[in-house]
Design a protein around this ligand. Structure first.
Ligand SMILES: Cc1cc2nc3c(=O)[nH]c(=O)nc-3n(C[C@H](O)[C@H](O)[C@H](O)COP(=O)(O)OP(=O)(O)OC[C@H]3O[C@@H](n4cnc5c(N)ncnc54)[C@H](O)[C@@H]3O)c2cc1C
Length: 564
């Protein structure tokens, strides 16, 4: 179906809707965050991605989800094959993401969309925010490739960069080398310091890896970053080194590691995740031997951020679907969208989804400045990353589930996307660090790196900018002081570890409310007709997340902002 949305016997179907154009705040927000000339050049790409999401990409994603990859262990002649056989529709999704849109290349080199330089982080994140509204699974290999390249360029030797950079950033499917990250072992998931994979330096001066990696997404990638412990190195994270593991060696021979099995997963079924055994595989040391964990953290943080972007995108998809359904389905002779309880339900979904979007779009701005050596922004980024990973990913689970319910019974049926999105949404808060682990990381960034002070100072600066709604400013400033004090207390007092998640949630809500208030001011400058839209969302965050509401009285009487 290609018509933009249709209704058959009271069953609304949004297929054919342009995901960019239907989303009213998207273009104005890009104008808030991106340079005007760049925006003019890049807008057609957003429109095209939005169109594809509503048509071709959605069709491919539904099919790829139902046709998961398979592991071919041997050829029909009995020779070792060790090959992941991907469904053609998944391969077509790869072509769009890596090829046509250059999503893994645009942060590293010029040339994508004919641009002379690499593109601002928000161009990539904004396009991924759209792409993921159709396909989630492939976003993992995409982000792995993108962040592996960044880590390689940051810490790898010039020789390694020269050897692999062009392939990693290629838009030609035949030339492209995808990336992966092999870290987790059976006894070492959250507890990375327990890794037992060993690195042995041979007489030929080459490192060889021995061990078992328990969760490896995109396991047949041509390159993987691997954490291993050189023989004799100390225990814990300080004894770990980072290695680049090629699937093929320079002479074309297969390296000595193999995919043992593929996991049968709840979600991300389009994309392969497997177990990998390292039997003396040749690998190249990246950076300093004792700095492996620190360097890998850089890669993990980039993929944690990407996780947040995906979760925010999936929430937006859920809101778009829920809006379309409720505008077009009737019950009891009324449009669902006109029913008070449904309006409330929709509004709550929208607020949570827009918090996520404000967090990731604004973080792209912070990342750009951090990468330009702004030390304060580096510290702000350090704490925003686990905050987003913690809360946006958790929120996506609930928003996806609630949107499924809004479709009614067919929301539960696999021909529609809701069930897939619910399955996919649950992964964001497990991999790359579970909710507990990333909340603890927010506390660590506070305790050890002065990141909370930097974030607090930055949020105060944003609130002080001209145009920010005065009422919102005076409500948010004292709440900000309290949220910062709460996190400071729990971060420094180990006896209060059980409160870390609560403190991280408060900080997330606080930060998102400030970003929304700031976006409102900027949007109003660009188009006065849009004044108040984002501010209303900021008020909702305050109302529902930051100030206590009496559960025993009707809504208006319980609402401190209304009562004020
Ligand atoms: C589909 C999928 C794909 C994956 N792909 C990859 C990949 O490509 N590469 C890779 O390296 N890994 C990958 N992983 C692994 C993933 O990152 C880990 O599963 C995750 O980090 C959790 O580790 P674990 O499974 O060992 O659980 P554990 O670390 O054992 O955690 C179990 C529970 O204990 C809790 N917990 C642990 N420590 C603490 C603490 N200090 N305080 C409070 N609670 C705690 C956790 O929150 C969790 O709820 C993948 C996982 C999945 C599901």
């Amino acid at each position: 179906m290609t018509t933009p949305g249709s209704i058959h016997r009271n069953i609304p179907d949004s297929a054919g809707t342009n995901a960019f154009e239907v989303d009213e705040d998207f273009a104005p927000l890009l104008a808030v965050y991106l340079d005007h000339d760049l925006l003019d050049r890049i807008l057609p790409q957003f429109r095209e991605m939005g169109r594809l999401v509503g048509e071709e990409l959605e069709r491919l994603a539904l099919s790829a989800d139902k046709n998961p990859p398979a592991l071919q262990v041997r050829t029909r002649h009995g020779a070792p094959a060790d090959r992941v056989v991907k469904h053609p529709d998944y391969v077509e999704l790869e072509r769009y993401a890596f090829g046509e849109f250059g999503l893994a290349a645009m942060s590293h080199r010029g040339g994508v969309f004919g641009e002379a330089e690499q593109l601002a982080p928000l161009v990539k994140y904004g396009l991924v925010y759209l792409f993921v509204q159709a396909e989630f699974g492939l976003c993992c290999p995409l982000s792995m490739t993108d962040s592996l390249t960044r880590t390689l360029v940051k810490f790898g030797s010039q020789e390694l960069i020269d050897t692999y950079f062009a392939r990693l950033t290629s838009q030609d499917p035949d030339e492209l080398f995808q990336g992966a990250m092999f870290m987790t072992e059976q006894e070492a998931g959250s507890d990375v310091g327990a890794i037992s994979t060993t690195a042995r330096l041979g007489d030929d001066g080459r490192w060889r890896l021995y061990g078992d990696k328990w969760f490896c997404s995109n396991p047949d990638a041509e390159l993987a970053m691997v954490l291993a412990r050189p023989e004799g190195a100390e225990s814990g994270t300080r004894g770990l080194s980072l290695f680049l593991l090629p699937r093929h060696l320079a002479d074309g021979r297969r390296n000595d590691h193999r995919i043992v099995t593929l996991k049968d997963k709840l979600g991300t079924r389009s994309m392969a995740s497997g177990e990998v055994q390292l039997d003396g595989a040749v690998a190249y040391l990246v950076g300093d031997p004792g700095a492996g964990f620190k360097q890998m953290t850089d890669m993990i943080n980039m993929s944690r951020l990407a996780n947040g972007v995906r979760s925010a995108g999936m929430m937006r998809r859920s809101v778009n679907e829920a809006s379309f359904i409720t505008a077009n389905r009737t019950a009891f002779g009324r449009r669902l969208a006109d029913l008070p309880l449904m309006q409330r339900q929709l509004h709550k979904l929208l607020t949570v989804a827009e918090q996520g979007r404000a967090m990731v779009f604004h973080t792209a701005r912070v990342l750009e400045r951090a990468d330009a050596d702004d030390e304060a922004m580096r510290r702000v980024l350090r704490i925003l990353t686990p905050l987003i990973k913690f809360r946006t990913c958790r929120d996506a689970r609930k928003v996806a589930g609630d949107a499924m319910e809004i479709r009614g019974g067919i929301g539960y049926i696999e021909e529609w996307s809701d069930a897939r999105i619910v399955r996919d949404a649950h992964l964001g808060s497990i991999w790359e660090g579970t909710s507990n682990i990333v909340a603890l990381d927010v506390a660590r960034a506070t305790r050890r790196e002065g990141s909370l002070d930097a974030l607090g100072g930055y949020l105060r600066e944003l609130l002080a900018e001209p145009g920010v709604d005065g009422d919102l400013r005076s409500t948010l400033e004292p709440l900000l002081d309290r949220a910062v004090a709460f996190m400071t207390t729990v971060a420094h007092d180990r006896d209060r570890e059980e409160d870390v998640r609560r403190a991280a949630s408060s900080l997330y809500h606080m930060t998102s409310a400030v970003f929304l208030a700031w976006e409102d001011a900027r949007m109003a400058t660009l188009d006065p007709a849009l004044a108040g839209r984002r501010a209303a969302l900021a008020r909702d965050v305050i109302r529902h997340r930051l100030v206590p509401v009496d559960p025993l009285v009707p809504t208006d009487a319980a609402d401190p902002l209304v009562a004020r």
